[in-house]
Design a protein around this ligand. Sequence first.
Ligand code: NAP
Length: 314
Amino acid sequence: MSTSVENVVIIGTGCAGLTAAIYAARANLNPLVLEGPLPGGQLTTTSEVENFPGFPHGVDGFQLTQNMREQAQRFGTRFEQALVTSVDFTSMPRKLVLDGRTILTKTVIIATGASPRLTGVPGEKELYGGKGVTTCATCDGAFYRKMEVAVIGGGDSAAEEALFLTRFASKVYLVHRRNELRASKIMADRATTHEKIQMVWDSVPVSVEGVEQGAVSGLKIKNVKTGAESVLPVKGIFVAIGHIPNSKPFSPPLEVDENGYFKAAPGSQVRTNVPGVYVAGDCSDHVYRQAITAAGMGCQAAIEAERWLAEHGG
Ligand code: NAP
């Protein structure tokens, strides 16, 4: 076990984690950032970001996170590839357990993001990633030019994915388990009235067809009201049924809500039930989920950590 004690360890390299790193580094806290399985976070799977302030002509998602990383490095941030498997926050310094070693730190900023949720039906896992099942229309939509595709879900993400896919696909089936969308009215109206989008109401996926051929050849669905099963003749399946926050290794001791999102302490967006431990970004925010709001939370968390260290002897 290392005996040196870090001032602040930031877990995650999405917008939240990298913004926290920029602020912590500029406050001379010499932050250590632990980088998980998806460096740069969800933004790296987006091609064009048009709503991040400061880029009037848009910016590539990967480039934006790369810029943030360089900015953090410029002020002395250290990066390590590591997956935190458990924590011990019962004593000071706090302990982070990684594969085969422990890091000691006075403060922690958890910015681990959220991962796309999958349906779990047979064939989905086998054909995920490059074989026809995906969770990102922006990343993969262009592969389905003039083909029929299906989007599963009924929220804003599903509506947005379906609308985006109309640029490429010949037809988009929007498969939803109820008979009305959860998406905001404007998105729902756009999706349900689009000539290329066919709504498939009251239907759940049963299986993804094409495992033997190694590529999606259809989506078997079941109407939950009639029990009737049918196969949509699609080559691409876009799963958009929400996200799972990456909070497991930290909970307990940190409090989470019924969906696993970290709960912030009253009166704060980023403080937790453990002093000196903060959360930022999509692992705790299921409402806004924007790059700019994640960055804002990362900034808040770093300022909180800096103040905590000043008060408790950094
Ligand atoms: P969401 O709002 O939680 O919607 C998830 C959808 O998936 C729901 O329609 C749900 O059905 C369905 N679903 C969940 N589990 C399922 C399962 N196992 N099988 C089949 N269907 C399932 O998630 P989201 O669309 O990712 O949006 C998350 C948040 O981000 C929302 O606050 C949203 O407004 C926001 N967002 C905003 C924008 C935008 O404004 N442009 C874009 C994307 C996301 P039920 O409806 O029956 O529960």
